[in-house]
Design a binder for this molecule. Structure first.
Ligand SMILES: *[C@@H]1O[C@H](CO)[C@@H](O)[C@H](O)[C@H]1NC(C)=O
Ligand SMILES: *[C@@H]1O[C@H](CO)[C@@H](O)[C@H](O)[C@H]1NC(C)=O
Length: 182
């Protein structure tokens, strides 16, 4: 069965697999707590959309963007199936989000909005709504104080389309600046 929470119908995107990935990540964290009495100290990830991704959206609802190329995932915080980062330890984190969009032909309506979410609430957003530009890009960096288990992800807002990913220009990355005792 395909998972309705997945934006792409990739091989790993089925209901059972999502739960298995989640369980694997949770199990890893429990092992760390049992072995060392602490979560991972090194937490850093980088993820971007691969060249195979031409356009995503429009969707009927806000959908998390599953950045599918993951060169770095220290501490197992990033889940590529759901596009979710889950804080393995409480602390202050830095996140960067870059959005790039290119239309296929001149005059096409560029209409996207991508927002960085923390536990279901938007923190920052980037958007375009015009037919004059063929390509545009923007980026944001935020510092967030997170509790262990808090979730951060980038979301494409309903009815909007993001096109023309090239050379990894749509990216999401983050790292733990310093841990804070929970
Ligand atoms: C999707 O995001 C938009 C823009 O932030 C917001 O207005 C809308 O309420 C969100 N939809 C849902 C179902 O949360
Ligand atoms: C999204 O598009 C559908 C179909 O065109 C429309 O019925 C709906 O009102 C739109 N929703 C928003 C929030 O723009």
């Amino acid at each position: 069965m395909w998972d309705c929470d997945c934006a792409f119908r990739t091989q790993g995107c089925c209901c059972g697999n999502t739960e298995l990935q989640f369980l694997r990540d949770q199990f890893f964290l429990i092992l760390l707590w049992l072995a060392f009495g602490t979560g991972p100290v090194n937490v850093a990830f980088t993820a971007f959309l691969g060249e195979d991704v031409k356009c995503i959206g429009p969707f009927e609802r806000n959908v998390s963007i599953p950045y599918n190329v993951i060169p770095l995932n220290e501490g197992h915080g990033y889940n590529s199936v759901l596009g979710l980062f889950t804080a393995p330890v409480s602390g202050v984190y830095s996140f960067s989000l870059s959005v790039y969009c290119r239309m296929q032909r001149a005059g096409q309506h560029m209409y996207y909005k991508v927002q960085l979410m923390r536990n279901g609430s938007p923190e920052v957003a980037m958007w375009e709504d015009n037919a004059q530009d063929m390509e545009d890009s923007s980026s944001h960096r935020v510092l967030l104080s997170l509790q262990r288990g808090d979730q951060v992800y980038a979301e494409l807002v309903q009815n909007r389309t993001l096109c023309g990913n090239i050379e990894g220009l749509n990216s999401f990355s983050g790292y733990l600046v310093y841990p804070v005792a929970a």
